[in-house]
Design a protein around this ligand. Structure first.
Ligand code: UD1
Length: 457
């Protein structure tokens, strides 16, 4: 039986075959953070000098963002995990729809283009499998900085108000601490005239990473990581070298997988403070955690049910809600998981229940009664993090599972099957050449609606 959730179509030619019940052991190398790398790539537009980014993860989302920048005239050079970005000759300020292709992070380009060139035309990133994902806070903030913005036929057209050649500083209070809006406004305000104050700003580590790089480029940003960020605009930003922070969500996923399989592993490099809320919940549920320098070790044990509620940083990250729910399916007792950030982020529940878990959902709260085991089966992931949850569930199960929809997983987890195999899991990527050819043909015939639902988080 194929168990799909609400996605319309998926890549049938690739799957992960997972033989469950292995114990994981050893050390896993954590890649650079996808969400940092994406916004840092966009920030490189702000200067006409070279940016050298190290520790860039090799992911399809990063490739897409690279293609978007190239379409603007940016020159990119890739060497292993290092990217050299040269935005000297940006000739185009309009992002093509076919490249934006459901990548929400493409919208980040608006801040850089507007601040450096005074104009930007960007297709709306649209909703996605985890919710509507509006951009009203980005737009409201940019307008406060002096941009004139119109949205016509799903295209956002932004330019400076007449007679001005720079954005100007403003006091902006976000209605919700949106990560994306905080990042867009930070980039735009860095080159604006005068002081900008962003209140109720998001405090995620990726925002601090962006501020660190912008400051290396000559920006004057104070209090990154606090709720109120102050930016004194400068006339020009310069090139720099920067190393992307480790991916806390990838690290958290491996730690949760270890807890779910009663395993002992070490994740490194990580910045342990970035995972505090997750580590607390893992300890509360029975795992032993040891932090040492830039590594975290976990020793899985019995699994007790614990409740979680997602929240902006430093709260429990919404991106680890699905993986943690997979762990709770086999916990002793009843747990409650509340999703407070996105309205449609429980796609994994139906699939986990097909595998034998006992979960009911009401108003974005999942009530989970722990069971003894899960069944292996053929599954189709429908967004990035719910696909990670399926992998954890497949590792728990005492049978074989086949996970499809890897186009989601490959957006955010670099070489996941290799990393899991090195830890001792029995995971192989199976590729059906005949179906690969067929899906290449079909993808050239995709319509606008099909592509815009493709991406989430
Ligand atoms: C980023 C991350 C994503 C993560 C999310 C929350 C990237 C590329 N993605 O997404 O992995 O799950 O943060 O930590 O960095 N909202 C509005 N109006 C807006 C913007 C947001 O109402 O203009 C709402 C959203 O609908 C959502 C909430 O704010 O309910 C949080 O969204 P936001 O923090 O903006 O998430 P993203 O930046 O899209």
């Amino acid at each position: 039986m194929v168990c799909e959730s609400n996605n319309k179509s998926y890549l049938e030619s690739h799957n992960l075959k997972i033989i469950g019940q292995s114990t994981l052991k050893g050390k896993v190398k954590i890649s650079g953070a996808k969400n940092s790398a994406l916004v840092l790539l966009a920030a490189s537009i702000l200067t006409d000098e070279k940016i050298i980014l190290d520790n860039v993860p090799q992911l399809t989302d990063i490739e897409k963002m690279g293609s978007i920048l190239e379409s603007l005239g940016v020159k990119l050079q890739t060497k292993d995990h290092q990217l050299t970005i040269d935005s000297t000759n940006i000739s185009n300020k309009e992002l093509p729809f076919e490249l934006v292709n459901g990548l929400r992070a493409s919208f980040f380009c608006i801040g850089g283009l507007l601040a450096r060139f005074g104009e930007a035309t960007i297709p709306l990133p649209g909703g996605c499998n985890i919710g509507k994902r509006p951009i009203n806070e980005h737009i409201r903030g940019l307008k406060a900085l002096g941009a004139k913005i119109i949205i016509e036929k799903d295209i956002v057209k932004a330019k400076l108000v007449e007679k001005r050649n720079r954005l100007h500083g403003a006091n902006i209070r976000l209605n919700c601490p949106s990560v994306g809006a905080t990042e867009t406004l930070l980039m735009a305000a860095s080159l604006a005239e005068g002081r900008t104050v962003i209140e109720n700003a998001a405090r995620e580590p990726e925002i601090q990473d962006l501020c660190n790089m912008l400051n290396k480029m000559g920006a004057k940003i104070y209090d990154a990581g606090r709720k109120k960020i102050i930016i004194d605009g400068v006339q020009k930003l310069v090139g720099c070298s920067h190393k992307v922070i480790p991916d806390r969500i990838e690290a958290g996923t491996f730690l949760i997988a270890a807890a779910a399989t009663s395993s002992s592993i070490t994740v490194s490099p990580v910045i342990p403070n970035h995972l505090e809320a997750v580590l607390n919940k893992l300890e509360e549920s029975g795992s032993q955690i040891t932090k040492k320098g830039n590594s975290i070790s976990i020793k899985g044990n019995k699994i007790e049910a614990v409740d979680i509620k997602t929240a902006p940083f430093p709260g429990f990250p919404t991106d680890l809600q699905a993986p943690f729910m997979a762990l709770m399916t086999i916990a002793k007792g009843r747990s409650k998981i509340s999703e407070t950030i996105f309205e449609n982020r429980m796609n994994h529940v139906e699939l986990l229940n097909e595998m034998g878990s006992s979960i009911t959902v009401k108003n974005n709260v999942a009530y989970i009664t722990g069971v003894n085991k899960l069944r292996g089966m053929k599954l189709v992931g429908s967004d990035l993090r719910s696909s990670a949850a399926l992998i954890i569930a497949a590792l728990i199960s005492n049978e074989i599972s086949f996970i499809y929809g890897l186009e989601h997983l490959d957006r955010g987890y670099e070489s996941i099957e290799m990393k899991l195999s090195m830890l001792g899991a029995q995971v192989t990527r199976e590729i059906d050449i005949k179906k690969t050819k067929k899906s290449m043909h079909e993808s050239s015939n995709l319509n606008k609606e099909d592509v815009s639902i493709a991406s989430a988080a």
